[in-house]
Design a protein around this ligand. Structure first.
Ligand code: ATP
Ligand code: MG
Length: 665
């Protein structure tokens, strides 16, 4: 306790300390980025433990598992190993832990498993058939659309009827069928003893709503509840914790920044934070007004970036740090030069002793990182991707690479196998048998199309198979020296997109990835060279040499959404053009423009020392075809020009014999 008292004294400013040591009850801490909100909530847990509150009766909800681990780690240094007993984790992780024992009350066994996105879609498809929608396939809403609707309804506490009466009127005629799908899906999950992610929240609330003993038990257990990033909670999450707090000790501390609310698409609502005082009369609100993260220059730009939003609670921050550099805005000729610029500056920073792990590249859409990833691989700069799998490890990218590899080398067994297994109804044994025919033949395409081969394919797959053979015929007939972007575009015009739509979740994102892959490919002058450079870099088939190095020496690539709460010395925000950032679809939705601006605000506020904002002046779709001028993002043009400097790409730094074609052919 003496040690903690010293920490409370030395590590916090006065307003932070007031929040940390606030009396029991409902407390809200509402403050801008870098002001120490996460530090405050961590110290408050330590303060409670030091006051004698058992660690196991404290529930600390964070936005990511990583954040939870880091907070517990920090707690240990403050109060010792007892900190391990705190219930710290994401809403989903806590729900998972809570639901095990009483699972039987909800029709589950305690060893239920959790569905990932793909398994989930598979089950929804079956439920979709159960509900008789497959017979009306052309008109009926698709399984993935229904899946999203079910999820949105649950997370925002609206019924399916509410949703079709409100934001989804085009589905109104289908309401009874959609409800049937939802029921069939729930039944299938129970039968298989699986839950999806939403169930971890939805069934948790159901449990405490329908079983008073369960509510009592949890209210007695969680004497103190603390929530970080409250602005990104949804109605379901808030109702769950507030129900527990109200039934028990009534101790709830929430921390957040309404201007950083960026998960609207998952049902997050920043009113959860703004209306906290209304929902809890007598609660206290604390403000923090010093930013410890960023230089005054970055703080000033951050504040300016959100000025055009009408909604939101006004906050003024001053930086506790000494003067730094003005943020830089750089226009590059195209997306390749943008990737070059980032690589060049990352290497310069490393030469100046900034470890790669202190540098992050942020983007609005995962696919906006593809060209950069290609450049990083080619240059051998180690990087990790927080926003998902590394590009070349993703199934759909491997599928397309398999097409390309076969085009260059028709004897490539592993790639044929992958392609054949892509087709429904073809398993490992059939794929091996088919390859046996293809592999020995001087004309693999003819061998694939024989009657014997056709007969080996299950009847329902024959149509797809024939289309696939046709696509491969075209692909193999072409010159391996052909432009690789053309080859990828040919695949995208063939039968493969139908496979993506049928086989993978979030197919539209994957097709967008593939279009960016074509953009990346346009940089190489032949298919062989593309494959050689990408494959030799050891990046494609699991021989991942770079991700295994020390994380301190690995550049971070991440979407803004995955960057929340984090900070780096140097931050790049790339692809700041209209339609990318802000995202094309978002700006036409009501409230979309403000949501996108909050995403930009989160992005720029991650930087401690240096901030670089880049945009390509031209864009080509699919890597070839006419080049068009890109419009710089509104978030750049609306910035006060004195708050940044225009910088230029150091062209001398580029390799002189850079003979790679530059797209736009
Ligand atoms: P965000 O809104 O981005 O989540 P936050 O308000 O949670 O930010 P923190 O991450 O808690 O802010 O703090 C930002 C940085 O400032 C961290 O590196 C933290 O260690 C440091 N910091 C916070 N308070 C102080 C303080 N009183 N003295 C020195 N450093 C501090
Ligand atoms: Mg934080």
């Amino acid at each position: 306790p003496a040690k903690l008292a010293r920490h409370l004294d030395e590590d916090l400013n006065e307003s932070q300390r007031a929040a940390v040591t606030a009396p029991d009850g409902y407390n809200l801490i509402l403050a801008g980025p870098g002001s120490g909100k996460t530090r405050v909530i961590t110290y408050r847990v330590a303060f409670l433990i030091a006051r004698g509150i058992p660690a196991q009766s404290i529930l600390l909800v964070t936005f990511t598992r990583r954040a939870a681990r880091e907070m517990v780690h920090r707690l240990e240094t403050l109060v010792g190993p007892g900190a391990q007993k705190v219930w710290a984790g994401t809403f989903h992780a806590v729900g998972n832990r809570i639901l095990r024992r009483p699972a039987h009350l909800l029709g589950y066994e305690p060893n239920f498993t959790i569905l990932d996105g793909e398994d989930q879609l598979d089950l929804v498809k079956l439920a979709w058939q159960d509900a008789g929608l497959s017979g009306q396939a052309k008109l009926a809403p698709k399984p993935d659309e229904i899946m999203r609707l079910i999820s949105l309804g649950l997370n925002t506490r609206q019924t399916l009827a509410d949703l079709v009466a409100g934001p989804h009127p085009h589905l109104a005629d289908w309401l009874p069928q959609i409800e049937k799908v939802a029921e069939a899906y729930a039944a299938r999950k129970r039968a298989a003893n699986c839950m999806d992610y939403d169930d971890l929240l939805g069934l948790w609330l159901k449990l405490i709503r329908e079983f008073p003993d369960q509510l009592r038990e949890q209210a007695d257990l969680f004497r103190h509840i603390l929530i970080d990033e409250m602005q990104d909670t949804n109605a379901l999450q808030v109702e769950t914790v507030e129900t527990i707090a109200a039934a028990g000790a009534g101790n709830l501390t929430a921390v957040g920044d309404d201007a950083q609310s960026i998960y609207r698409f998952r049902g997050a609502n920043y009113d959860n934070i703004l209306e906290f005082p209304k929902r809890h009369p007598g609660s206290r609100t604390f403000m923090l007004d010093v930013n410890y993260r960023s230089t005054p220059q970055i703080v000033a730009l951050t504040a300016d970036s959100i000025r055009h939003n009408r909604s939101g609670f006004p906050k003024a921050l001053t930086s506790a740090r000494g003067d730094g550099l003005l943020p830089a805005v750089v226009a590059t000729a195209d997306v390749y030069e943008e990737a070059d610029l980032v690589c060049q500056q990352v290497l310069e920073a490393r030469d100046n002793d900034v470890p790669l792990g202190e540098v992050a590249v942020l983007y609005r859409n995962h696919y906006d990182s593809v060209v950069l990833q290609g450049e990083l691989v080619t240059r051998g700069i180690p990087y990790s991707v927080r926003s998902g799998l590394r590009f070349f490890e993703q199934a759909h990218i491997k599928d397309v690479l398999a097409h390309l590899r076969v085009a260059v080398n028709p004897r490539d067994e592993a790639s044929w196998r992958r392609l054949l297994l892509m087709l429904p109804g073809i398993g490992p044994a059939k794929a091996a048998a088919l390859f046996g025919k293809i592999g020995d033949s001087p004309d693999p395409i003819a061998a694939m199309a024989t009657k014997e081969a056709m007969d080996a394919v299950p009847a329902k797959t024959r149509g797809l198979y024939a289309a696939f053979v046709g696509d491969m015929r075209k692909l193999l007939a072409t010159d391996p020296e052909r432009h690789p972007a053309e080859a990828i575009n040919a695949i995208l015009k063939g039968g493969y997109p139908a496979v993506v739509r049928q086989k993978y979740e979030r197919p539209e994102n994957r097709l967008a990835d593939l279009e960016q892959f074509a953009v990346l490919a346009a940089r190489y002058d032949s298919l062989e060279r593309l494959l050689a450079e990408l494959l030799l870099a050891g990046d494609v088939y699991g021989m991942d040499t770079v991700a295994s190095s020390d994380p301190k020496d690995v550049l971070v690539l991440t979407t803004v959404h995955q960057a929340k709460g984090l900070e780096w010395s140097h931050v790049f925000v790339i692809r700041l053009v209209e339609d990318s950032f802000p995202h094309l679809r978002a700006v036409n939705e009501p409230g979309g423009d403000e949501e996108e601006r909050r995403i930009f605000y989160v992005a720029v506020s991650r930087a401690k020392n240096e901030l670089t904002l880049t945009y390509p002046s031209t864009i080509t779709r699919g890597g070839y075809g006419p080049m068009t001028f890109a419009t710089p993002s509104r978030f750049l043009t609306e910035l006060e020009p004195t708050l940044y400097e225009r910088a230029e790409l150091d062209r001398e730094f580029l390799p002189l014999e850079d003979d790679r074609p530059r797209g736009g052919r």
